[in-house]
Write a protein of this length. Structure first.
Length: 77
């Protein structure tokens, strides 16, 4: 289970949900869509403490994404 601390930031989204790959870019956790595809496929991303390998996973407000020791919480925009 990842330890979430000051490294977790709130990231607002415009719509009711957002895909995991898009959210990683929006939150600044990765630089490009190609990076998102790679790190998700390699099992390096967790959503709500569970490893997630689906780039199209729909995230909703309250979900917490962690990659490389940094976390981002989905919040309503």
């Amino acid at each position: 289970m990842p330890h979430l601390s000051a490294e977790t930031s709130d990231v607002p989204i415009r719509d009711a949900s957002i895909r995991l790959g898009q959210f990683l870019k929006l939150a600044g956790l990765i630089d490009s869509g190609a990076d998102a595809k790679s790190v998700i496929a390699d099992g390096l991303v967790s959503v709500n403490d569970d490893v997630e390998t689906r780039r199209g996973r729909q995230l909703r407000p309250g979900d917490v994404v962690v990659f490389s020791g940094r976390g981002a919480r989905v919040t309503p925009g």
